[in-house]
Write a protein that binds this ligand. Structure first.
Ligand SMILES: Cc1cc2nc3c(=O)[nH]c(=O)nc-3n(C[C@H](O)[C@H](O)[C@H](O)COP(=O)(O)OP(=O)(O)OC[C@H]3O[C@@H](n4cnc5c(N)ncnc54)[C@H](O)[C@@H]3O)c2cc1C
Length: 554
């Protein structure tokens, strides 16, 4: 198997052994050997083995740096020795999860239309095609080979292109990212998704590295290969085509979508999977008009914080000379102050980017290349605003979050000088409530403008960041000092809208063949979870036959 450990069969058992220590300079073979010994099995009797997870233990600021591993082994089945029973009771050994295939038994030739070529849409198309459906994938942006030019034009002063930007276009929102795959979801489809990513050119260690990331450069090389695989399976790509509405009929089973309306005409279909991403504002508008149920959901608001990478690596790993093996350090911090906050989407050796899809609004995010080679480290520092908090800020209704995002993005755009330069403030000045002076150095391409970021933020967000800075300083010395630069605003870490769907069938409320999925539907947050959710929605879509519905078209 490419990545999954072979599963339990007649006479064989698949076990996951957790908590195995690996020294930084120790080979994998030694760990596998210890795993077999832990089960009381001779190494020669192991039928298959693989690392399921490997993470760094850097507690105590790197005083005892080592890896902690999980290993899956398939070994001869037999009566469980008392030692194995003890290990199972203590949680150190458990049955290895059985991976699932992307394909299901579907309706052959069912016309499946997928909107969005982000991870959700690409894996929806793949799962649909592998299940025998006739798949069309509609993406408003261009193929990756042409998307890049439009992104570059924006960075050279052109207005943001509403269809091709850091959020829209082939590969979706994460195409200019760190390509982190930490947002694991412990789903039985995870192995199948990882296998496909590796097949498209991702490094093989994404299967187990707890800090696995792909990097923008590699992601860009993978997308054409993934497209090639999909085309071989018969998927038709419609790039540069925006979905603008649906033609529906009423049926006994609720409303049925007959056709997707697009800027290139109507596409008739049997099932429609929507993987439109967390910034599909105009798309949510027409979906609401078409009667698709939607509700406001909690989402995150905050800033990016940037430091010299060396400050972070020293703070996490200390002065241990072996730390070079590990590369630039990352972090994942939580503050449990009165208003909680957390770090998110940390990009070691990366840079801050303008995550902008509309003219006149500013939003930051982060990306890195595969080698994490820049001298900067950045992460989002955000708090969660629930619908009540958003209402208290004057925005109501299912799309209230979009209203607040837009208001804040415009406020920061104006405060930055209207050029996509970002308002910025040193962390130490944020804590003192004063404007920063002197040069504000940042990786952000449009540059930083000294501003009272603390005053530009809603009070609740300011309070959350204030509380977090003090706590994070204790975890990483210097975090909240002069070398920490807050750059804003970060409003698109997650989507503010949910499209309610049936838990089992994935159907949108009131519709028989409409399947909202991924981050734009409120069911995913990150590349892996969006890919898995898209695949699951497509499997649900093709597993049912929607072609017999009749009724008046609307
Ligand atoms: C800069 C940045 C860095 C990130 N870094 C990471 C990371 O390191 N790790 C991680 O796990 N996640 C990361 N994320 C988040 C991740 O990208 C998203 O969670 C993920 O892409 C969501 O996938 P999706 O398929 O649901 O939606 P998206 O990837 O947003 O894709 C939606 C697609 O739908 C298209 N679309 C929308 N409306 C229409 C329409 N009407 N007609 C046709 N097409 C339409 C859009 O053009 C877009 O391509 C990052 C995001 C950004 C912006």
């Amino acid at each position: 198997m490419a990545n999954g450990v072979e599963q339990q069969g007649r006479g064989w058992a698949a076990w996951r052994i957790s908590g195995l220590r690996q020294e930084l300079d120790e080979g994998d073979g030694d760990v596998l050997l210890r795993a077999a010994r832990a089960l009381g099995v001779e190494p020669g009797a192991v039928r298959s083995q693989r690392f399921a997870r490997r993470s760094i233990d850097a507690r105590g600021r790197g005083r005892d740096l080592h890896f902690v591993c999980q290993v899956d082994l398939v070994v001869p089945d037999g009566p469980r020795a008392p030692r194995l029973r003890r290990l199972i009771r203590s949680g150190k050994v458990s049955p290895a999860p059985a991976p699932e295939q992307l394909a299901v038994e579907g309706t052959p030739g069912a016309r499946l239309v997928v909107v969005g070529a982000g991870p959700g849409g690409l894996f929806a198309a793949l799962a649909g095609a592998l299940s025998g459906a006739d798949v069309t994938l509609v993406e408003r942006g261009e193929a990756i080979e042409r998307r890049g030019g439009k992104v570059v034009a924006f960075h050279r002063g052109a207005d943001p292109d509403p269809d091709n930007n850091l959020l829209f276009g082939d590969g979706g929102a994460g195409t200019y990212s760190d390509g982190k795959l930490y947002t694991r979801v412990s789903d039985s489809l995870e192995t199948a998704v990882i296998d496909e990513l590796v097949r498209a050119g991702a490094p093989a260690d994404i299967a187990f590295d707890a800090r696995a990331h792909i990097g923008t450069d590699v992601l860009h090389r993978m997308l054409p290969r993934l497209r090639g695989r999909l085309e071989e399976l018969g998927v038709r790509f419609s790039y540069g085509v925006r979905a603008t509405g649906v033609a529906t009929v009423d049926g006994a089973d609720g409303r049925t979508v007959r056709a997707l309306l697009t800027t290139a005409g109507a596409i008739e279909l049997d099932a429609l999977v929507l993987c439109i991403g967390h910034s599909a504002r105009d798309t949510w508008d027409w979906l609401a008009e078409a009667g698709v149920a939607m509700e406001a959901k909690p989402f995150q608001v905050g800033v990016r914080i940037e430091h010299p990478q060396e400050l972070i690596t020293r703070g996490r790993y200390g002065a241990d000379p072996r730390r070079d093996v590990l590369g630039p350090a990352s972090y994942n911090l939580q503050s449990r102050a009165d208003v909680p906050a957390h770090s998110f989407c940390m990009c070691p050796g990366g840079r801050i980017v303008a995550s902008v899809s509309e003219s006149g609004g500013l939003c930051t995010n982060g990306m890195s290349n595969s080698r994490h080679s820049s001298r900067w480290a950045n992460a989002a520092l955000v708090t969660t605003l629930d619908p009540a908090a958003v209402e208290a800020l004057g925005h109501r209704g299912p799309l209230a979050g979009v209203g607040l995002q837009r208001e804040l993005e415009r406020r920061f755009f104006d405060a930055g000088g209207g050029t996509y330069a970002a308002p910025a403030q040193r962390a130490s000045d944020f804590l003192q409530g004063r404007r920063s002076t002197g040069e504000l150095r940042t990786s952000y391409g449009f540059g930083a403008t000294a501003a009272r970021v603390d005053s530009l933020l809603p009070e609740r967000v300011r309070e959350a960041i204030f509380g977090a800075l003090g706590r994070f300083e204790r975890a990483i010395p210097g975090f909240a000092g002069e070398e920490g630069l807050l750059v804003g605003i970060e409003t698109r870490s997650s989507g503010p809208v949910r499209l309610p769907r049936d838990r089992g069938s994935f159907r949108a409320e009131g519709f028989s063949n409409l399947f909202p999925a991924g981050e734009g539907a409120g069911y995913a947050g990150g590349i892996m979870s969006a890919a898995i959710d898209g695949a699951r929605a497509a499997r649900a879509a093709v597993a049912s036959d929607h072609r017999s519905e009749t009724g008046p078209a609307r």
